[in-house]
Design a protein around this ligand. Structure first.
Ligand SMILES: Nc1nc2c(ncn2[C@@H]2O[C@H](COP(=O)(O)OP(=O)(O)OP(=O)(O)O)[C@@H](O)[C@H]2O)c(=O)[nH]1
Length: 445
């Protein structure tokens, strides 16, 4: 009863989030214990631009479908970072949708616990997935569990002990809103340059997080406190918009997760195609492609492009004496030393076996000879610390410059010639061969 009028029969009012909203038709009369957001019955049914139960069912089915797709991708490639956690996040979202649909058939406290825990878990797992995707460690789970349990406890308290719809509604979006915002923040800090699809995930997650946090305020605006003030039609429209927004966010985040997964697989395939698995430098094909590009750039800008070819001395003997595995360790040791004396823009590749090449964009002829000599000395003075003890090592290095109008094969061949000259002249030395017409080779060591 209210205002002396008889209240109409209480309609079955399915719900979304913590707020009971009308799927269709009128909002039922307030009960004294139900908090301030429940509204008086209206003479006219509020307009329904979407049928909320259908939309929640569709969202649930979609979340379940995305869960299955992510599971299938994860099953065949368990190394994709974050994928398992995103899959679990969409699973939680499916359970959340299911719990919304059954909440009129289970006790209210159970329904509150189910919806609160599943939406919070979905957001937390989404956040963990983003951290894992970027190779970051997860924060201690105990913090999230404690927060979720505390919020769930409060929600049950404001449902059963001291019913207050407004507080319950605010609590419903709190944990999820914060974790979706943290997801956006994590992805944004990971940088977008190489992975523009992170924009989609970060923006959708951020907007959804903000919406979850401001949602109670929007309801407060259309239902400002007293039953008389409330515009039932507006509340119904807003409720339907809430369902629509959640469904749209789900779809876009599903796209985001799948696109990030695809992007990771593409990056991995490119890595496998371009990088030598033993030493983690470019393989011959990728190095030659990059050298070709660097040559056309040097031609355009009229800048220098020194090229070094390096061969490990008596490597067969190392293999024969210490075993193939120690030989591999020696190769990795050499690459680590070489990386230590190169600039960021210098490019190293493994041409095959124990032969490597490096090009140094924008370096002068003198600069490249200095680099080659530094590398030679570094290798000679730093034995490889292998599992079978220290192994002494030397290298022979050939240096040349791009000579204008030459192909990459031609430049590389001249650097190779210089390297063989270093071998002939006793190894552990650097030889330079200048491009034709620019002078004779210079013996450095
Ligand atoms: N451990 C290991 N050995 C390799 C790999 N690739 C090639 N080799 C070995 O490298 C050795 C190269 O030997 P050679 O071409 O005779 O050259 P070298 O012994 O270094 O002699 P010089 O070049 O004349 O100083 C061969 O024994 C190859 O089997 C690899 O990936 N790992």
């Amino acid at each position: 009863m209210h205002n002396g009028r008889r209240s109409p029969p209480v309609a079955k009012t399915p719900v979304f989030g913590a707020l009971r909203v009308p799927w269709r038709g009128n909002i039922h009369a307030p009960s004294p214990s139900a908090g301030r957001l429940q509204l008086q019955a209206t003479a006219h049914p509020p307009p329904a631009f979407v049928h909320s139960p259908t939309l929640v069912t569709l969202a649930g089915l979609l979340a379940a479908l995305v869960t299955s797709v992510l599971y299938a991708v994860w099953y065949f490639n368990k190394n994709i970072p974050g994928l398992r956690l995103w899959m679990l996040s969409f699973l939680s979202a499916s359970v959340f949708c299911a719990s919304l649909l059954v909440r009129d058939y289970v006790p209210e406290w159970l329904s509150v616990m189910l919806t609160q825990s599943t939406i919070a878990a979905a957001a937390y797992l989404c956040f963990l997935g983003s951290r894992a995707y970027l190779g970051r460690a997860h924060p201690p789970h105990v913090v999230a569990v404690a927060v979720i349990v505390a919020v769930m406890g409060m929600a049950v308290y404001f449902t059963v002990v001291h019913p207050h719809m407004g507080i319950r509604f605010a609590l419903a979006g709190l944990v999820a809103g914060v974790y979706f915002l943290l997801t956006a923040h994590t992805l944004a800090r990971g940088g977008f340059h190489n992975v523009p699809v992170r924009y989609l995930f970060a923006v959708v997650s951020g907007l959804h997080g903000v919406f979850l946090l401001v949602r109670p305020l929007l309801f407060r605006l259309v239902a400002p406190g007293t039953v008389e003030d409330a515009d039932a039609g507006m509340v119904a429209l807003l409720s339907q918009f809430v369902v629509l927004e959640a469904t749209l966010s789900l779809v876009l985040m599903a796209f985001g997760a799948l696109m990030l997964t695809n992007e990771h697989i593409t990056r991995e395939l490119r890595h496998l195609a371009e990088v030598d698995p033993l030493t983690n430098v470019f393989n011959r094909r990728a190095f030659l492609t990059l050298l070709e590009k660097a040559i056309s750039n040097a031609q355009r800008t009229q800048s220098g492009l020194p090229v070094l070819v390096i061969d490990l001395d008596h490597f067969k003997k190392i293999n024969d004496t210490w075993g193939h595995q120690s030989g591999d360790e020696v190769l990795r040791h050499f690459v680590a030393l070489a990386n230590g004396c190169l600039r960021k823009e210098d490019v190293m590749g493994r041409l095959g076996g124990e032969e490597f090449a490096i090009f140094l964009p924008n370096a002068s002829s003198e600069g490249s000879q200095a680099v080659a000599e530094r590398l030679r000395a570094l290798v000679a003075h730093h034995p490889a610390m292998t599992g079978r003890g220290p192994i002494a090592l030397t290298v022979s290095i050939g240096v040349t410059q791009y000579g204008g109008g030459e192909t990459s094969d031609f430049v590389l061949q001249r650097a190779d010639e210089a390297m063989y000259r270093a071998k002939e002249r006793g190894r552990n030395r650097v030889e330079t061969l200048s491009p034709p017409g620019t002078g004779v080779g210079v013996l450095l060591v």
